[in-house]
Ligand binder design. Structure first.
Ligand code: DX5
Ligand code: ZN
Length: 222
């Protein structure tokens, strides 16, 4: 497993009216996490490709676009055209997951698959060899600021076992309820890309919040 820890602040908790300055404050991040919600797949509605294009112009940090939409097969090109560097698609929403992963990669972006809290790891057994990233939702998707679901730790262990069996080393991303209190255990269980919305944008000093998360993650790895 890759030991390098990557932090991805989620703009869901940022001030949308000041996107450029918000992004400037998180330049120390490894990815910017962009939560696209369609009001159908999840009970909330956020933004579409134009907002992603605006973010792309405002930062050099790679964009990690999390598609919480019912029709990722049909709409993925909008986000690739807008400048997504990585697109993660829910296995519960994709119709032809293998084709979708290859399509994202053929367009030059990294492709990730996402599992909701109630979706078992075994569902990705037949795509684990080709994905760049697997993301586990550690909250039910739709909102920032929810509590971390503890079962994610056991699920990470099952995911690591699957990766070991297949001899692959994708990014292991966890999304939801990540804070200084939870990040240590999550990285100890094998995650190496951590989404943090309220823990970063809820803090006054965003760079300091990212540094604190990195320090807590390092402590968890020791
Ligand atoms: C939830 C989103 C998350 C959210 C995380 O559906 O996918 O990315 O922004 O927010 P926190 O870190 O506050 O739990
Ligand atoms: Zn997300």
């Amino acid at each position: 497993m890759t030991a390098k820890i990557r932090i991805a602040p989620s703009v869901l908790s940022a001030d949308f009216a000041n996107l450029a300055s918000e992004l400037e404050e998180v330049e120390a991040a490894d990815f910017i996490h962009m939560d696209v919600m369609d009001g159908h797949f999840v009970p909330n509605l956020t933004f579409g490709p134009d907002f992603i294009r605006a973010a792309k112009h405002a930062t050099t940090v790679p964009l990690d676009v999390h598609l919480m939409v019912d029709n990722p097969d049909e709409s993925v090109d909008w986000y690739l055209d807008a400048g997504a560097d990585m697109v993660t698609v829910h296995v519960e929403a994709a119709r032809h997951l293998d084709r979708l992963i290859h399509h994202i990669q053929d367009r030059g972006a990294k492709a990730g698959v996402v599992l909701n809290p109630a979706t078992p790891v075994c569902l990705i057994e037949d795509v684990i060899d080709i994905v760049d990233c697997v993301m586990l939702m550690s909250v039910n998707p739709g909102f920032g600021g929810q509590s971390f679901i503890e079962n994610t730790i056991a699920k990470l262990e099952r995911l690591r076992a699957l990766c070991r069996d297949h001899g692959v080393d994708p990014l292991i991303e966890v999304d939801g309820g990540i804070s200084g209190k939870t990040i240590g255990r999550v990285v100890a269980a094998g995650a190496n890309l951590l989404v943090a919305g309220s823990a970063v944008f809820g803090a006054k000093d965003r760079a300091g919040a990212i540094a604190d998360l990195r320090a807590c993650a390092e402590a968890g790895l020791r």
